[in-house]
Structures are given as C-alpha cells and as structure tokens.
Write a protein that binds this ligand. Structure first.
Ligand SMILES: NC(=O)c1ccc[n+]([C@@H]2O[C@H](COP(=O)([O-])OP(=O)(O)OC[C@H]3O[C@@H](n4cnc5c(N)ncnc54)[C@H](O)[C@@H]3O)[C@@H](O)[C@H]2O)c1
Length: 448
C-alpha cells in the first residue's frame, strides 16, 4: 500500500516533471537571481525572496541590478510568472525552496552564518510536509545537518520534522553547492554538473529531479556534508594553486624568467597540469573566504589546515607586493609613491564583471592613498567606489583620457574592453599585474 508520504513524494516529482511545482528562491543576488531565471526559462512558476526592498521593487518593475542580467530577461521571466517578494509567508505556497544567501567571514575571520540562520528561521514557520528545502550557500561540512535541520524543526509551530527515509513524513532537506564562474562564457550554466546531497534518499531524489530540469547532469553524493565538502575542495584547490603561481611569479621575477611564458609552455602538457595565473591577489565572495570556513571547522577536530593557511598568507600579501613593485617602478623614474599621480585600471575583482567584493584593487587603492599618492581609478563597471576594505574611499570613476598626466598607470583588472596598446602609448609608465599587455613591446611596461 502506498503511504501518504510516498504519495506526496510522487506528487512533488510529478509536479517537477510537469513544471507545475512552485519554486521559491531566497536571496536574489549573483547566485539566486540567475538560478531563478534558469527555472523560469524551464516554465516553472518562480518566486524570488529578498530582504532588500530595492531589489524586490526593481525586479517587480522588470529591472535588473546585475550588469550581465538584462531587464529583458527579467521581463521574460515575469511573463512565465516570476515575481519577487519580501513576504516570507509565501514560503507556504512553495513546493521547493532554495536558499542562496551570503556566507561571509566575521571580523575574527570566522564563518558568519547569520544570513543562513536568519533565513532558515524565517522559513521554518511556513514549512509543510513534502516540501523540498535546499541550501546552496557555500559553507563548512556539517552546516545542513547541524544548523539548518535543527532550526527548521525547532521553528515550526506544527511540529513538521525533516524526513530521513522514503516512508517518514516531513520536509526534505538537501545541500547543493553553486558552481557558477562569473564572467566565464566558455561553459554554459546548464553544462556545469550539479552536485546534490540530501538528508536521506527522498531528499536526494527530489533535489536530483528538480535540478535535472535545468542541468544536463546531476551528481548525487551520500550526504549534505559530502556535498558541502565538495564545494570547499574545489575552491581550496583554486586558492592553493593560485598561491603557488603567485609565489613562483615572485621567484621568477628575481631569476629573470617570465612566469607567463613558463605557464604557457607547461600547459601544453596534455595531462597532470592545469594552468593557474598569478595576479594582484584574490577577490570575490568565494575563493578568499570559503577555505577559512573549513579551517574553522577543522579546529573542532584538532586539525590544522596548513595548505589553506599558507595559501591565504601568500595571496593576502599580493596587493602589498604590487605596491612594492609600483614603488620600485617609480623609483626608476626618480619618483616616489608619495606625491605621484597614479591611475588604477580596474577595480572589479576579475575581468568583465561588476563585482567588487574582496577585490585586491580596494587594498591597492587604500595602500596607495595611505602612502600619499594622488590616486584615481577607472572601471567601466563602477561609476563610484564607496567603501574600500577598511575605510570609505568615496571615489568616482575617472575617464580614460589624458593618461600622460599620471606618473603611473597600474593595471589591476584586465577588462577586455580596454585598448591596452593605446593605454601603453599614452601613458608614462605602466605597472601590469595581469599580463594584460602581453605582446606589447615597450620599455614603459613593468610586469609584476
Ligand atoms: N557569487 C558567486 O559567484 C558565487 C559562486 C558560488 C557560490 N556562491 C555562494 O552563494 C551564496 C550567495 O552568494 P551571492 O554571490 O549570490 O551573494 P549576494 O550578496 O549577491 O546575494 C545574496 C542575496 O541574499 C539576500 N539576503 C540576505 N539575507 C536574506 C534573508 N534573510 N532573506 C532573504 N534574502 C536575504 C541579499 O539581500 C542578497 O540579495 C554564498 O554562500 C556564496 O559563497 C557565490
């Protein structure tokens, strides 16, 4: 005989297949909004939840606040039923809820799960049996089981529990990491396999069915913790390898070897080597932060994650290394940083994106200012820069003209719209931290 639980499970699976299931996405940021558009594109009725009223009103007016998402895409989603709200009571109408809220570090460099716990506490009163709840925010292994599940169960007035088996009534809970690479147009979003790990087989089955509608491949693992750890392994792998090339770059500079030439040669090896590139330091909401979620958790197991700490040390020092290189380059022209006019090209944390979070440019701008430089910046994606890493910068975008007025132009973000040849021609001195001037032969360029 089919139990009520099995029948509800079959009902949601059928709702997913027929696109009748209603999907709620909490957190309409860089992760949540594109995800909402993907489901909407598959004809699902999607509701976006956010606590920022300006985001809710912009979306409902058919607008966008993320450069790479066009207002026309929001309007198209609206025609498929997409709407945004700050009203958590609407969670009760959802068949599946996906949480995509921030997971930063606090001032002690420890995980700040307050956005996750706040969201889960707001969802809990509106749970109903058979619903699927998925956490996508990057976090340490154990968060879903140790934090999310107790908060959901404890916050529900009707005593709804988390289902652990195909026969147990309750809500189904899973973790599924977001793997987007902002600005990367080489791989279509639906071609990035989606990893899911549920609290029990029913949760994994439902999450697999739901994501299977928008991703070509869903990879299920045995638990939420395995899925949480998968995401951290991926990001720590990047963080450690970037630190490695950043260290080798410094050695190569001392030895008079071009690290980029070396990487280009090494990457011709068809196996066992993946190219990573040096730069002015790490940025974004993921790579500089996520590894420390694991370091923090590891301490509970009397374990020191030494690779993470060493990589963090090297990568954090890179903006300071850039400042040393600017000082040395100016010195060659009998100038000092103090009193020099310096233009920083690019403040986004990487090429062609409108994301400033943890950007090394912010540290470089702050350090140049502290050392008495007269600093300006140019970035087509940011008309203004308010807060830096440690204090308010309050700067406005400087047009890319009269470059000869600057004692040095420092390329920190290699946006593809820049005409590097023209920039080199017009400038007195270029400090290039990204190899953006590759192929341009000029004594004005200092590559670091
Ligand atoms: N941005 C990326 O490229 C990327 C890639 C992979 C993973 N991630 C992870 O995804 C998660 C989200 O990152 P993001 O870049 O989208 O962050 P974001 O800051 O762009 O968006 C988060 C959104 O959540 C909203 N929010 C905060 N608290 C809320 C609450 N209680 N209820 C409803 N909405 C709330 C914020 O207003 C914001 O719009 C993080 O854990 C991040 O580490 C991000």
């Amino acid at each position: 005989m089919i139990t009520a639980t099995e029948s509800r499970l079959a009902g949601l699976k059928q709702g997913i297949e027929s696109r009748q299931a209603r999907i709620g996405i909490v957190g309409m940021g860089y992760v949540g909004l594109p995800l909402a558009l993907l489901f909407s594109g598959e004809r699902f009725h999607v509701t976006g939840f956010d606590v920022e009223p300006i985001k809710v009103s912009t979306l409902n007016a058919g607008g966008s606040y993320i450069v790479r998402i066009l207002p026309s895409e929001i309007k198209e989603a609206q025609r498929a039923g997409f709407l945004a709200t700050a009203d958590y009571s609407q969670i009760a109408q959802m068949d599946a809820v996906i949480i995509c809220v921030p997971t930063p570090l606090n001032e002690h460099h420890e995980p700040d799960l307050s956005y996750v716990t706040g969201t889960v506490a707001s969802i809990a009163p509106w749970l109903h049996e058979g619903q699927l709840i998925v956490l996508e925010s990057t976090t340490y292994p154990g968060t879903t089981e140790e934090i999310v599940v107790p908060l959901l169960e404890g916050g529900n007035p009707n005593g709804v529990k988390v289902s652990r088996s195909l026969h147990q009534p309750g809500v189904h809970v899973a973790f599924s990491p977001e793997r987007e690479d902002p600005g990367n147009t080489d791989v279509a979003r639906h071609d990035i396999p989606k990893v899911v790990g549920g609290c029990g087989p029913a949760a994994t089955e439902l999450a697999t069915a739901m994501y299977g509608t928008i991703f070509r491949r869903v990879v299920s693992v045995s638990s939420p913790a395995a899925a949480e750890m998968t995401k951290l392994l991926e990001n720590i792998y990047r963080c450690v390898n970037i630190a490695l090339v950043n260290e080798l770059k410094q050695l190569c500079m001392r030895m008079g070897i071009d690290i980029h030439e070396v990487i280009d040669a090494a990457k011709t090896k068809p196996f066992g080597f993946q190219a990573f590139y040096p730069g002015p330091g790490l940025g974004g909401h993921c790579i500089p932060i996520d590894p420390f979620y694991l370091s923090w958790k590891a301490k509970q197991f009397d374990f020191r994650t030494r690779f993470i700490e060493l990589a963090g040390e090297i990568n954090t020092a890179m903006p300071y290394f850039v400042i040393e290189q600017i000082a040395a380059a100016l010195n060659e022209h009998s100038k000092s940083i103090k009193g020099s006019k310096i233009l920083v090209l690019g403040v986004a944390y990487k090429r062609d994106i409108d994301d400033l979070r943890e950007s090394p440019s912010l540290t470089i701008l702050e350090l140049l200012r502290e050392k008495g430089a007269n600093v300006a910046y140019n970035d087509p994606y940011f008309p203004t820069v308010g807060h830096g890493r440690h204090y308010d910068l309050n700067m406005t975008n400087t047009p890319l003209d009269n470059l000869a007025q600057y004692d040095a132009v420092v390329i920190v973000t290699d946006h593809s719209d820049y005409d590097y040849k023209a920039i080199v021609e017009q400038s007195q001195l270029i400090v290039d931290t990204r190899n953006a001037t590759k192929g341009i032969d000029s004594a004005k360029i200092v590559r670091c």
